[in-house]
Ligand binder design. Sequence first.
Ligand code: LLP
Length: 447
Amino acid sequence: MSPVAAPKQSAPDQPASGHQRVPASKHFVSHEGVLHADSVPLDEIAEHVGTPTYVYSAAAIDEAYRGIDAALSDVPHMVAYAVKANSNLAILSRLARAGAGADIVSGGELARALKAGFSPAKIVFSGVGKTDAEIRAALEANIRSLHVESAPEIDAIEAVAAELGVQAKIALRVNPNVDAATHPYIATGLHNSKFGLELDVARKLLPRIIASKHLHLEGVACHIGSMVLSPEPIGDAVAITAAFACECAAAGAKITTLDAGGGWPILYGNEERDAQSRAIFGRAIIDSMRRGGADKLGAQLIVEPGRSIVGDSGVLLTRVVYVKEQSKKRFVIVDAAMTELIRPALYRAYHAIVPVATKAGAPETPADVVGPVCESGDFFAHDRNLPEVARGDLLAIRGAGAYGAVMGSTYNSRPFAAEVLVDGAGFEVIRVRQTTEDLWRNERNGS
Ligand code: LLP
């Protein structure tokens, strides 16, 4: 449970030599030589919608949500989907209908969550830099709770609540100083990170919060990072958070929530070890909540999974524009770029890349899969073993359902990609491809 040294780098961005490692999926399977999303052939989607296009499986999303919900069924709980992972309204409304809550991080996400039909009573709001306007919107909507991440934020929330004549429901997001052993850019649980309140600071704030007539401290929260492969660090963080929740209760707060954050992993294919199952993460969190004594408070457990609900559910469908043979390398140049999926450029993240037209046993040789953007960082894979592909072939970039479309940009004046949701044998465009006119819609043409 003690703090550990600086976070380690994540697993290598590419597998060792041999065949490319592709994670197993029930929803992206090849039938008669064509990769399908559930019952829909991906080449059919490309024909109708063009490329690059994000394709999500509704069944995969439903299944992941239900799996996490089931893993916590032993205790009163709520699965608050982390909207930032994929905030398409069609996906949000599907999860809202399934009974999920929402974890949001901005006024924009609040508006989306409300628009998609999440009950305000199921919305929690994290984030280190909430503005007065965002706090006001959250209080006016009467959301479940604002997760406070600093002392001045308490003053700001109290002032806005006083102005509105309401009592703000808040939870303290603590930083338990636990190493999530993930990529440093997505680790949030150590004291060198901007997130959460150090326990000593949170402790000192308690009397002032409890005495305030405009603040109602209803919970304690933590989130130590994303893509946390083993449940131990999350369990350690939850135990610390739970013990602090008991301190808050002893100091006079009526604690009704213990929020364990998100961070549950998926497998992209390059992990050095298997991620544990959802059931094991659920069990570890429940046990740690008990270890910290919070079960005696009768508090509801909240989790905030994002990646583990939508990550496996999506692929980025792209077409090969050229294959360029250089003396030392084969470049597969595709029509998707870092503008659609920035994770490889930003974190050297590994995404398996598979041809849509599959040939069993085809020999694989190394290639760099790159986009057309004018940046050397615009790549999806380096020296990846891939079968032979030709101009016009379709590729599916796997594990793209989380932190894909939402992190897109229009750099190089590239319109946002289309998004498609496959539901059984049918599919629906859930975001129309942006047009070039859309790109400059809000600009003033000086000429
Ligand atoms: N709760 C809070 C307070 C968070 O900050 C996050 C993610 C989550 C929940 C959801 O975490 P998840 O279950 O998805 O691991 N763009 C990065 C990931 C950034 C995660 C930010 N916070 C990536 O592409 O890997």
